[in-house]
Design a protein around this ligand. Sequence first.
Ligand code: DGL
Length: 267
Amino acid sequence: MSPDRPVAMFDSGFGGLTVARAVIDLLPNEHLVYFGDTARYPYGPRTHDEVCGYAREITEWLVETHQPKMIVVACNTATAVALAELQSLVDIPVIGVLEPGLRSLIEVTVTGRVGMIGTVGTVASGAYQRLAHDLASEVDLTCAACPGFVEFVERGETRSDQVHVLAERLLAPMREAKVDSLLLGCTHYPFLARTISDVMGRDVVLVDSADETAFAIQRSVAALGADRVGGEPPTRRFVSSGDVETFARLGRQLLGPELDTVEAHQW
Ligand code: DGL
């Protein structure tokens, strides 16, 4: 496989930029294509079939349009319901964010009482609960959905009093369960890390899936023998199904200067 094929990733919106940031930092020579489905976010409250359908449509579009070396599902909701289906749909590796994040959580905990917060769809799918049972049945995992968090991030509102009040309410089960570490099981949530940490207390370790997913991507690229080691500077393309001006302005704020222009894609 040609090293010049890009790593392609997608999310419902801005959340996957947390994973894109980690990939740019760990694999600075790789070409990258990022698709944010902002016209159809949030995925969390949607049905299993809707999210699977979107994930399939985006994956097929990325493969046909960009010929990537792999697909990264930089969205917990889509990973939870569609990963296996996407893996059988295309003949390149498809990497999700659940397992990397959960493995980090299991490594970090001291007491074995751990938490996971995610969208309604992710929590209801039971995917984290099943995976935790398979990977480390001894850990005591408490899960809670945090409806509303994603909308705050998509509005660029990551530190307001309103999001703090919502976090106080939604994170109450985590405080009651006395977890020592908390997995941010939605790729949007790292943008709310300060607020979440203010509510949980500084002694609770927040874990996100971005870095571990980037390591999984690095291993997969190496296994393909398709690492891009140098040459021309890499291209980073960002595509949105929603308003491109908003995506460029807010996306740059969240990801950094690599997010320059944004291309439009209409379904
Ligand atoms: N960032 C995504 C996730 O990790 C999707 C959030 C949403 O659109 O509800 O679950």
